[in-house]
Ligand binder design. Structure first.
Ligand SMILES: [Fe+2]
Length: 153
């Protein structure tokens, strides 16, 4: 039997780790504080929501496909994030945007993201999407925020 609880815990750890990265970015780049701090809060919300609905897995009601069934992939990403929270790896704000975009498009985050966009969701997934609210589209928002048209840059 696959250990769905272990996958959910790994997913929660990834969300918390990513929240930590955004806290780091918000402190490193004060001009972008509001942007990174908002993402930090949303990642914490992702972790909390996963924790809230974790017990659904015990009655086989956890939304199908919400977490990646690959502990190694989660661990790789968590290590990568933790290993990049330093000036040599993130020399400037451009590098911060690029790294955040890369992580938001990586395995575990993408799973979560895709679930928030699922069309014709089943009942449980619909509730998940409602609870997740507007805390989504991170990759898109990172691109939009740093685009040349953005007045912030
Ligand atoms: Fe997330």
């Amino acid at each position: 039997m696959k250990d769905i609880l272990a996958f959910i815990d790994a997913a929660i750890e990834l969300e918390n780790t990513l929240s930590g990265l955004y806290a780091y970015f918000s402190n490193r780049f004060p001009d972008d504080f509001i942007f990174w701090d908002q993402l930090r809060i949303e990642e914490l919300n992702h972790a909390a929501l996963l924790g809230t609905i974790k017990n659904l897995s015990k009655v086989n009601l956890f939304p199908e496909g919400l977490v990646l069934e690959d502990l190694d992939a989660y661990e790789r990403n968590i290590r990568l994030i933790n290993g990049n929270m330093n000036e040599p790896d993130i020399p400037d704000r451009k590098a911060a945007f690029e790294f955040a975009y890369q992580i938001e498009n990586s395995a575990g985050e993408l799973h979560y993201q895709n679930k928030t966009l699922q069309e014709n969701p089943d009942e449980i997934t619909r509730i998940f999407i409602t609870l997740n609210g507007k805390d989504r589209d991170h990759a898109k928002r990172i691109l939009a925020y740093q685009s040349p048209e953005s007045t912030r840059i």
